[in-house]
Design a protein around this ligand. Structure first.
Ligand code: NAD
Ligand code: ZN
Length: 347
């Protein structure tokens, strides 16, 4: 029985914090699926919204339910939807796209001109139920731990970035050991990189990067990237890089340490007006690729296959709380002493 009301974490007003309150369970419409949420994970975006920083102020319109990393089961199927069954374990792509624009029709939904974000532009997943278009549903293969599935959205960001360029036998630099950088390091190592070097200023997170398979980590507060490269025998510079920090300083350090002809995938969202030395790009013949979201839906297919084949994401999970303790979850995220933080919605 689907109730009329549910618990949800709601941004009720333009101010820091979230409110746990009862809201109506969304009604499943034509072409939609209602998901009963089992677990959610907290993303950096949710932290921006929680803290109510300038980005959140410009993008979020209270009152709304937030959250977009989740796993659950199909609870109701809307009219016109075929091929799904009640009870199937699912997650969902967090971008709702138009299906009409040039990119959508070319199979590049991640670049849709009219994209809308679940938990950003419309109600999200930090609730007992979530309603999304059936086209966004991802059916999860049997046997994958739901804890891991709860942050597949973020794993998809890491996977899309880390697989943008061929890393087999290559020296890879990952700047930023947030949860996504840590996962990207693990993916590059798993995919046959020669060395994966991760930079950050946070030892707790660099430790997670090593647990996921990074060859070496550099705490920029007291270690030197050039020294580490020398120790590893990286003479000409990094062949491939993943920018996962959103820091202009990291981006510039990365460009300086690429080999001529190197390739860099940029996921981190730098502040407006970030300056780089374009001569690093031009004289070195670098390739820079911006990354947004996940390839719809090829990234989802491949990243799930890799987990099914044994790639282990558990080391990046550091905290688990019931949803009623959501404040502890955001505290852990804000402390920087965390990887993925999971909130359980199961009673
Ligand atoms: P996060 O904020 O948790 O982690 C960023 C890490 O970078 C932190 O550990 C921080 O200490 C580190 N850092 C800061 N300055 C640095 C420097 N100079 N050198 C090296 N490391 C430095 O972020 P996350 O959740 O892991 O996400 C990574 C980035 O990707 C963020 O910028 C986020 O906004 C962005 N993002 C982009 C997309 C997209 O579609 N493009 C999607 C999700 C996240
Ligand atoms: Zn579109």
């Amino acid at each position: 029985m689907i109730p009329d009301l549910m618990d949800a974490l709601v941004k009720t007003k333009a101010a820091p914090g979230l409110t746990l309150k009862k809201v109506p369970v969304p009604r499943v419409g034509i072409g939609e699926i209602l998901i009963k949420i089992h677990k959610t994970a907290i993303c950096g975006t949710d932290v921006h919204i929680y803290n109510w920083d300038p980005w959140a102020e410009a993008h979020i319109h209270p009152e709304m339910v937030i959250g977009h990393e989740y796993v659950g089961e199909i609870a109701a199927i809307g009219p016109g939807v075929t091929g799904y069954e009640i009870g199937q374990i699912v997650s969902g792509e967090g971008h709702i796209v138009c299906g009409r624009c040039r990119n959508c029709r070319a199979g590049n939904g991640q670049w849709c001109k009219h994209t809308k974000g679940v938990g950003v532009d419309r109600d999200g997943a930090f609730a007992e139920y979530l309603c999304i278009p059936a086209t966004n549903i991802i059916v999860i293969p049997e046997g994958i731990d739901e804890d891991v599935v709860s942050f597949f959205d973020a794993y998809g960001n890491a996977f899309h970035t880390a697989t943008m360029f061929d890393v087999i036998g290559e020296d890879v630099l990952v700047t930023g050991a947030g949860p996504i950088g840590v996962m990207a390091a693990g993916i590059c190592a798993h995919n046959g990189a020669k060395h994966v070097v991760v930079t950050d200023m946070n030892d707790y997170r660099l430790d997670l990067a090593r647990k996921m398979g990074a060859t070496a980590t550099v705490n920029l507060k007291y270690q030197d990237l050039d020294e580490t490269m020398k120790e590893l025998g990286i003479i000409e510079g990094f062949d491939v890089a993943c920018e996962m920090s959103g820091s202009g300083a990291a981006l510039n350090q990365m460009l300086k340490h690429m080999r001529n002809g190197g390739k860099a995938a940029l996921l981190g969202i730098s502040g407006p007006g970030t300056v780089i030395d374009w001569n690093d790009v031009i004289f070195k013949g670098l390739t820079l690729q911006g990354i947004y979201g996940r390839k719809m839906y090829e990234t989802w297919y491949k990243m799930m296959s890799m987990v099914e084949a044994g790639f282990d994401l558990h080391p990046v999970i550091t905290h688990r709380f019931p949803y009623t303790d959501f404040e502890k979850g955001f505290e852990a995220m804000n402390s920087g002493q965390s990887g993925k933080v999971i909130l359980s919605w199961e009673k």
